[in-house]
Design a protein. Structure first.
Length: 217
């Protein structure tokens, strides 16, 4: 999906407004050249209960993260031309889960997911520079249903003690040891990792690719 756009995208300074190593690895894996500038936006400024859906909440968080980087870097010498923000949340029974605050919180999260199906939402915001200092925004949210097997308490305790859950929404990493808990998913696997690659690449193609498959400058 990105291959026809590489000569266009390589000419732009692209910023990933996230400190997530998993998002960085995913974008690097598919050949996109970019710099990482973690957003300084305070995620606690937004409350899930103020949004009509988890998708809207994740989408707005992604936008705020990207917008903070744009505001901070817009007038710098090496100002970006494209900024990508993302945020992931997990939902079960109407409750929204972010990253655990401590090991007990991680244990509680995984215990609730055990033997049940939860949903992972990743919001993505793409901000691109236009003429005369203006910026355009495109945003979306992707959802994946995740089926977690029933887990014995000792398995959860052992996993939590590895500290793997601590920087991950929902308290587990599907791409690592946490993946051994998952019996199946419905939707985009990479969305659960933290970035819905297909949907993002499809958006970039729509923004920078022409209908006949040749890229527009």
């Amino acid at each position: 999906m990105l291959q026809p756009l590489m000569h266009v995208l390589s000419s732009k300074r692209i910023i990933l407004a996230s400190g997530s190593p998993r998002r960085r690895e995913l974008l690097s894996k598919y050949g996109l050249e970019f710099d990482v500038e973690p957003s300084l936006y305070d995620e606690g400024s937004l409350k899930a209960e103020n949004f009509t859906s988890p998708a809207d909440f994740a989408e707005q968080l992604a936008y705020e993260k990207a917008a903070e980087v744009v505001r901070r870097m817009d007038r710098s010498i090496d100002a970006p031309e494209l900024v990508i923000g993302a945020d992931t949340v997990v939902t079960l029974d109407g409750h929204v889960y972010g990253k655990p605050v401590d090991k007990q919180d991680a244990f509680n999260m995984i215990s609730k997911f055990s033997g049940r199906t939860h949903h992972v939402y990743t919001g993505v915001a793409v901000l691109r520079r236009l003429q005369y200092g203006r910026w355009a925004t495109d945003r979306f949210a992707e959802v994946t249903a995740v089926h977690m097997d029933t887990l014995p308490a000792d398995v959860i305790h052992s996993y939590v003690n590895t500290s793997e859950p601590m920087d991950k929404a929902g308290g587990y990493g599907i791409q690592a040891m946490g993946g051994t808990f998952i019996s199946g998913i419905e939707g985009d696997y990479y969305n659960v990792v933290g970035l819905p690659i297909h949907r993002l690449c499809k958006l970039l193609y729509r923004l920078y690719g022409s209908k006949d498959g040749s890229s527009e400058r």
